[in-house]
Write a protein that binds this ligand. Structure first.
Ligand code: SF4
Length: 266
């Protein structure tokens, strides 16, 4: 099916700025769903608030645009009520890890069968470029004009530590890899996290003088390396891409008639 058949064309043109990475992620999501062969009415996309969360407005699936930081809570309810549906949660880094951080760690802990796609542009884009928990130390935002003081989270380490059974990282530069990872994450039974380094040229790029969208994507190419690659060996400072965790663990039971085996055993 052509990509446009997965879109609500009546809501286009989209609101994203020229050079923003979120459209690449949306395209990766669509291609992954097509490759798996899911029907549009078998998919639910749930988002919170932020530029990235606007994805659900453009996708012609069952969609919910919910509260800031609460996407995983709503998605959990959807999955427990309709375990037969595929539930995908596109989020920004602020939405997922600041106000939504508590929901994130508990969704991972429970290994609920959801796919969280975190578009990490290292800033709050929609509300004017404030620092997020993913803004690297020393980098500028509108709330840290002299450089942010706090260390950033490492999404991969956080997801692993909280118990996610599938954890991956890629970038918008690596579009084919992005599609492949989202496909594997959706196929995985349990809580899946795909971190996507995505560019916000308007706030993060401009405030930190990194350049336009194209230049930021070149940075993703140059500053990342596949897990265990020679490139990484030679340059340990590079950010690793790839699948860090892929474990077969029973997902959180639920849904109509579902039982919690752990509770039942006690
Ligand atoms: S503000 Fe940044 S994240 Fe938001 S649409 Fe513009 S470029 Fe994308």
């Amino acid at each position: 099916m052509p990509v446009k058949d997965y879109l609500r064309l009546r809501f286009l043109p989209h609101i994203w700025c020229p050079g923003c990475g979120h459209g690449i992620v949306m395209s990766g999501m669509i291609r992954a769903i097509e490759q798996i062969g899911l029907q549009k009415n078998e998919v639910v996309a749930v988002s919170g608030i932020g530029c990235s969360s606007r994805i659900v407005g453009y996708l012609d699936f069952h969609t919910m645009h919910t509260l800031h930081g609460r996407a995983l809570a709503f998605a959990t309810g959807v999955k427990l009520g309709r375990p037969d549906l595929t539930v995908i949660v596109p989020m920004g880094d602020g939405d997922a890890l600041a106000i939504g951080g508590n929901h994130f760690i508990h969704a991972a802990r429970r290994n609920i069968d959801l796919t969280a796609i975190i578009m990490n542009n290292r800033i709050y884009g929609m509300t004017g470029g404030q620092g997020s928990p993913m803004t690297p130390q020393g980098m500028r935002s509108t709330t840290s004009p002299r450089g942010i003081a706090d260390p950033a989270f490492d999404i991969v380490e956080l997801a692993k530590g909280a118990g996610a059974s599938f954890v991956a990282r890629t970038t918008t530069y690596h579009a084919t890899e992005l599609t492949r990872m989202i496909e594997k994450a959706i196929r995985h039974r349990g809580f899946s996290v795909v971190e996507v380094l995505s560019q916000c040229p308007v706030y993060y790029g401009r405030q930190n003088r990194i350049g336009n969208g194209m230049e930021m994507m070149k940075g993703f190419r140059d500053d990342t390396a596949p897990i265990g690659s020679k490139k990484k060996e030679a340059r340990p400072d590079l950010i690793e891409r790839g699948i860090f965790v892929d474990e077969d663990r029973p997902p959180y039971p639920g849904g109509r008639g579902g039982t919690n085996e752990t509770t039942m055993q006690k």
